[in-house]
Ligand binder design. Sequence first.
Ligand code: FPP
Ligand code: MG
Ligand code: MG
Length: 324
Amino acid sequence: MALTIADIQAPIAAEMNRFEQTFKDLMKSDVMLLDQITNYIVRRKGKQLRPMFVFLTAGVCGTINESTYRGAALIELLHTASLVHDDVVDDSNYRRGFFSINALWKNKIAVLVGDYLLSRGLLLSIENGDVDLLGIGSQAVRDLSEGELLQLEKARRLDINEDVYYEIIRQKTASLIAACCAMGARSVNASAEMIEIARLFGEKVGIAFQIKDDLFDYGTAEVGKPLGIDIKEKKMTLPLIYALNKAARSDKRRVINIIKNHSDEPKQVNEVIAFVKNSGGIEYATTAMQQYVQQAKDLLYKLPTSTYRNSLEGLIQYTIERSK
Ligand code: FPP
Ligand code: MG
Ligand code: MG
């Protein structure tokens, strides 16, 4: 039976509790405007899956300690910074069902808040001599930025194939989850071999996570959610890439034309969604996601068994069964 988030969190409930208390304090500033905005962010926090990955992997590989807490805080600061900037990049007015920072305070303030959060993460690591953790985090930030830019470059040309798709999602999503797991393992002084297994495990989970996210655009989960947002933004995801690759030349031309010139017309976007569904794109992407889940599990089973490991297994399952 699938575990709930509460079941998954059980072995690290105390840690997550303490983490939340200290995370708030980390963002405090003497500048009132900043305090107002970081309070807004904390009150609308997400599921905090990334800190959970840090604590659980640390628990699997050794004994959770103070540097694990700092690793989790660094990850959450980087993640939050990246989302604040992402909503500027994507011109998005909503985040987690609430107004985004750029929607409420405008772009220039959102950019600076993102910079502030990033610098808080850097300082936290520097002040505590966490050079290795900072190295892992910095690689992830580089990958995130490259992934976003690669995605923008490809969206302009619509010439994306599966290899490029996987490269984009590895960089823009999987890199940060890989960093969570590598940091967890590093924080408990795991061997280089164990850290690499943990990192690769996180990368596989991250890829499965993003494929799942991309499937939501085709309405595979709860009804009533807006569909076709990626198509509107000319983001070519796996179901669509597969469908286009196997399509007859005339269909391909018709669909590409819609994405290029009519992606803001709901009726036309629905036609693309129907085309993808009729081509078996959903089944194809679902199978690909399951293969990444299996690879993640195979890596996880190389690490010692524990309640933490059971929770990580539950977290993978949650990733592919979640409805939002
Ligand atoms: C969400 O993607 C966001 C990302 C994958 C990362 C964005 C990263 C940057 C903008 C680089 C800056 C990084 C730092 C640390 C300052 P999405 O737009 O596909 O999904 P969503 O908006 O629906 O969450
Ligand atoms: Mg976005
Ligand atoms: Mg984006």
